[in-house]
Design a protein around this ligand. Structure first.
Ligand SMILES: Cc1cc2nc3c(=O)[nH]c(=O)nc-3n(C[C@H](O)[C@H](O)[C@H](O)COP(=O)(O)OP(=O)(O)OC[C@H]3O[C@@H](n4cnc5c(N)ncnc54)[C@H](O)[C@@H]3O)c2cc1C
Length: 357
């Protein structure tokens, strides 16, 4: 195809999936338009609220094996894609593959045993190769701030990415690559058409990445509320994501390079987008304090609430018909699964376009 006859692709939704897909497809000879209901510089989707953990092992315990296998695939893709994005933008996206640490207080020791048992149940003996038990000494060496814990587990293959760096970097590269950006533009999707308040626009292919905005178009799509707090501490420095296992309450703390730590825990079956509750903020704060009492002096900079787009079985969904691909349901696994899912969609787009030209 010549530049005048480039295939026209519309992507609805400028969150995590929409940006990644627009970036990947903009490297092919395609004319891409990205529609976003809100502001691209301040994403309103779950992608901005998220903690950015890429944790195939931690998530496997409560998920299907596919989440683990696609998670491993994504981990390798993130490693290449983050390097490429940094080269293309000249800015860091802070993809960190330093593993993650799980700890439990003495009385909850059985939580660590149970976690390992469940992993072994799903992965067999290979679980042991991927999980290193830590005693007090090895734990304090790996994560000095966790010196009061007697035991833990080190999941050395896990990673995380700073979404507040990644999403602006993607936006920058989309601009550089000539993607047409149409923000503050709420759309609906149909095969080969984007439906706008002022009328329809025709495209060779439409990809619906609207997350919860596609509710009603994907059977059973629902929102699952999550709450995070961003704290800043001069006293406590974590090196990698840490999860505190507790029978009732599971805290995660993800340190950023700027001294901030994103903490979260809650998963609530509700589409309520109202601000964080007093109960949640107290539970988050006290769990954080129990990681290291010096967190008491940390400053709460921000709280964020959003809803994860989830299907009935909490697994991603890709629906493919000529002229329209819908991709959704990344649930609590957007960063964990997006690259693997995006790869699948890229292949579908290529197949569809072969039929068009
Ligand atoms: C508290 C919390 C913590 C999380 N932590 C993690 C984590 O650590 N690791 C992990 O892997 N995942 C995590 N997630 C999940 C992850 O954020 C989501 O799975 C991911 O953001 C889904 O990506 P998406 O692109 O499908 O949807 P979104 O990121 O929600 O993006 C959808 C976009 O579509 C736009 N849109 C909606 N309707 C329209 C319309 N009609 N027209 C145009 N645009 C529209 C929205 O404005 C939005 O920008 C977390 C989520 C939450 C809420």
């Amino acid at each position: 195809m010549t530049s005048e006859t480039k295939a026209k692709i519309a992507i609805a939704g400028g969150g995590l999936l929409g940006r990644l897909l627009a970036w990947r497809l903009s490297q092919r000879n395609l004319d891409i338009t990205l529609f976003e209901a809100g502001e691209l510089s301040m994403p309103g989707g779950a992608c901005w609220t998220a903690a950015g953990m890429i944790s195939p092992l931690s998530e496997l315990v409560n998920s299907e094996k596919q989440v683990y296998t696609q998670g491993l695939q994504s981990l390798n893709l993130w490693s290449d894609w983050s390097r490429l994005l940094e080269q293309q933008s000249g800015s860091a996206v802070e993809f960190r593959r330093a593993g993650s640490v799980l700890v439990a207080h003495g009385k909850d020791r059985s939580e660590l045993v149970q976690f390992l048992r469940e992993l072994q149940g799903k992965l067999g003996e290979s679980a042991r190769e991927q999980v290193q038990p830590l005693d007090a000494k090895s734990l304090a060496k790996l994560e000095p701030a966790l010196h009061s814990f007697e035991q833990g587990l080190y999941l050395r293959g896990e990673a995380d990415i700073n979404n507040h760096r990644l999403l602006p970097v993607l936006l920058h590269v989309l601009r550089e690559n000539g993607v047409k950006l149409r923000e503050r533009t709420k759309v609906n999707c149909a095969p080969g058409r984007i439906l706008l308040a002022q009328g329809d626009e025709a495209f060779d292919g439409v990809i619906d990445c609207r997350g919860l905005g596609a509710k009603g178009q994907i059977e059973g799509l629902r929102g699952v509320r999550g709450e995070v707090m961003v704290v800043e501490s001069r006293e406590v420095v974590l090196q990698r994501p840490v999860r505190l296992l507790h029978p009732r309450y599971k805290l995660y703390a993800v340190p950023r390079s700027d001294g901030r730590t994103v903490i979260g825990a809650t998963e609530i079956e509700s589409e309520d987008m109202s601000p964080i509750s007093v109960r949640s903020s107290m539970e988050l704060s006290s769990a954080l304090y129990s990681l290291n009492p010096a967190f008491a002096e940390a400053r709460i900079l921000e709280t964020r609430v959003n809803c994860r787009p989830a299907t009935m079985d909490n697994m991603p969904v890709i629906q493919n018909e000529q002229g329209l691909i819908r991709v959704n349901g990344l649930y609590r696994h957007g960063y964990l699964l997006a690259p693997a899912v995006v790869k699948q969609v890229e292949n579908l787009v290529a197949q569809q376009l072969l039929q068009v030209v």
